[in-house]
Design a protein around this ligand. Structure first.
Ligand code: F6R
Length: 608
């Protein structure tokens, strides 16, 4: 949801416009309907912005030629007002003294807009954001300095924000602050940076500080200061070094980030396997100690969390309640000090998830979280954090992080089965073997399924609607397969537990209607034969993901993707999902869409 960047540099080797342009290109996954840049020059603020893709706008407005020491930039995901030149950020104050970029939503902007219109301020855009530069200018006019003006602003605006501000009175300074929206600092000898996400400045520095809510950073070329709001007391916080490489945030020869990220999954899972052990045992102990577990997450991360719903009752005999973060209100009356919340989030910044977790904390629940981004907001309010170590995921649609989140959940389930002795020796052995071998199974499946998915996509691209069906834990696979297909190829796709499909959805089946089945060799397999037959009898085209030795199933299905045999019971929502990722990717490419940047979507949803 909008990418923001601020640069204060003392390095004349690279033009500041290029730094901002490259940073916005790396942040484009956060928002991509408009872009803009502002620098402070001897003659005041230079502001260039327009609606359109970053590459097109950047070239048209010659971003890379822009010089200076201080600049701010923005890539927009529209909320208030459609994409247009006027609604693009940065927004400047009436006398062009203050210029800002914003990620978030100012809820009381209409009331403030009325107040400032009454004072003679003229608004150029329809955005909620434009109130901010006018507000700050008015405070400066009244004799306050920028810190005091910001303090006044934060006492009056309601909503969420990561804000980057610069002004002509202090051309070498950038002010950056946050409440409920992500903001990170990059520290280096050549200059200092602030941004919505680390890849923005990764080529220039790996020294990172994660800003917390109600903190203000003041950046200058040679130093940075962090202050607590509203006290303005200085906080002593040193940067930590991130291990992400700039290459990790590039396409590495693949046509899209999404395909690269699908191919990276073995590496990601192997890394998680090699680097983390204790944390899953610790979280399993927390599950055991709790009276009940509530799962909180959104979208794909929610589906990954459902792996706990399908395993904790069996392996830990634990009541496990899944909750979509945006629906938190429904479950919150159940939360008390005997509740463990298991939160799953790639970004660790999703607002719905954060709000739910903050509320759970107030109700004295314990919180364990599964997160990708180190130091993100969710990690700061959790009792225990298991990092999935997936590296930056630039494709808007989650792929490698879904697998890595699911893997982490299964590893908690594995520890839980170990502690509680809920599986017999042979099953436990197979469970452990599957945990160890899943990275290889994933790689084998990517290799085996890719060409087949590409071919099938040529047929799928002409469909308007599809079903994804699975039973038990494979319902998760169906949910994730349908979400991926609809979000990047715009073909309507719906997931159901296979047994439920005959209670209504089957009415939609007509000749050649696509139905994708996930059919591991588990306790539900035999019932799935019936589900496939029901769909076939009505003319559906059946596509199954099956065990490679399941010849019976393959003979019934119209198309079959094969998964290495012998791992039927454990971790199948990871392995059986791989062909679905590839099918969605190639269908998206076949319909002429951009799988990395699906329309209307943005990575890291920081609005409610
Ligand atoms: C879908 C997708 C989203 C995210 C969801 C949660 O492909 O990526 O559904 O999973 O917005 O985001 P995080 O995991 O950052 O909390």
């Amino acid at each position: 949801m909008c990418g923001i960047i601020g640069v204060c540099q003392n390095n004349s080797k690279i033009k500041i416009g290029k730094i901002v342009f490259d940073a916005l290109s790396r942040l484009e996954y956060r928002g991509y309907d408009s872009v803009g840049i502002a620098t402070i020059t001897e003659n005041g603020i230079l502001l260039e912005k327009d609606a359109g893709k970053i590459g097109d706008v950047g070239k048209k407005l010659k971003f890379e030629q822009i010089e200076g020491n201080t600049a701010i930039g923005h890539s927009r995901w529209a909320t208030h007002g459609p994409p247009s030149q006027k609604n693009s950020h940065p927004h400047s104050s009436m006398s062009d003294r203050v210029v800002i970029v914003h990620n978030g939503i100012i809820e009381n902007y209409l009331e403030l807009r009325e107040r400032y219109t009454g004072k003679g301020y003229v608004f150029k855009s329809q955005t909620d954001t434009e109130i901010i530069p006018h507000f700050l200018e008015e405070e400066l006019k009244n004799g306050k300095n920028m810190e005091q003006a910001i303090l006044q602003l934060t006492s009056e605006i309601k909503g969420t924000y990561a804000l980057v501000i610069t002004h002509t009175d202090e051309p070498d300074k950038i002010y950056a602050l946050r409440k409920d929206n992500p903001l990170v600092l990059g520290i280096s000898n050549d200059g200092n940076y602030c941004a919505s996400d680390i890849p923005a400045f990764l080529p220039y520095t790996k020294e990172v500080i994660i800003m917390k809510d109600q903190e203000l950073a003041i950046l200058e070329p040679h130093r940075y200061t962090i202050k607590k709001l509203p006290s303005l007391t200085v906080i002593d916080r040193k940067p930590h070094t991130v291990t992400w490489t700039p290459e990790a945030a590039q396409k590495g020869g693949f046509p899209h980030y999404m395909l690269k990220e699908i191919h990276e999954q073995q590496k990601v899972l192997s890394f998680q396997l090699a680097t983390q052990n204790d944390i899953f045992g610790k979280i399993a102990e927390m599950v055991n100690d709790a009276e009940k577990v509530i799962l909180v997450a959104a979208g794909t991360a929610y589906y990954a969390s459902l792996n706990a719903y399908h395993t904790f009752p069996e392996y830990g005999k634990k009541v496990t309640i899944p909750a979509i973060a945006a629906e938190w209100d429904t479950v919150k009356p159940l939360v008390d000090d005997n509740t463990l919340i298991l939160a799953v989030s790639q970004s660790g910044e999703t607002l719905d998830t954060m709000k739910a977790i903050k509320d759970a904390r107030e109700r004295n629940a314990k919180v364990a979280s599964i997160v990708n981004v180190t130091g993100s907001s969710l990690t700061t309010i959790s009792d225990e954090v298991a990092y999935i170590h997936a590296g930056p995921e630039i494709g808007v649609a989650a792929t490698k992080t879904y697998s890595a989140q699911s893997y982490a959940v299964w590893r908690v389930a594995h520890a839980l089965a170990n502690i509680n002795g809920t599986l017999d020796k042979n099953e436990m052995k197979l469970f452990s073997r599957t945990i160890n071998e899943v990275p290889q199974i994933v790689q084998k499946t990517v290799t085996a399924a890719e060409a087949q998915a590409r071919d099938l996509a040529g047929w799928f691209k002409n469909k308007h609607s599809a079903f994804y069906l699975g039973r038990g834990v494979s319902h998760i696979t169906a949910l994730e397969g349908a979400l991926k297909m609809k979000e990047i190829s715009y073909i309507h796709a719906e997931a159901y537990p296979a047994g439920e499909s005959k209670h209504g959805p089957i009415a939609l089946i007509q000749p050649d209607y696509p139905v994708v089945f996930s059919i591991p060799d588990d306790r539900h397999r035999n019932k799935m034969i019936g589900s496939v037959q029901e769909m076939k009898a009505r003319g559906a085209t059946t596509i199954g993901i099956v065990d490679e030795y399941d010849n019976e199933m393959k003979s019934i299905l119209d198309h079959a993707f094969e998964i290495p045999t012998g791992y039927g019971k454990f971790l199948t929502p990871i392995t059986y999902n791989i062909p679905q990722q590839l099918l969605a990717y190639y269908t998206s490419v076949s319909v002429g869409a951009n799988p990395d940047m699906p329309r209307n979507l943005a990575k890291s949803v920081t609005v409610e």
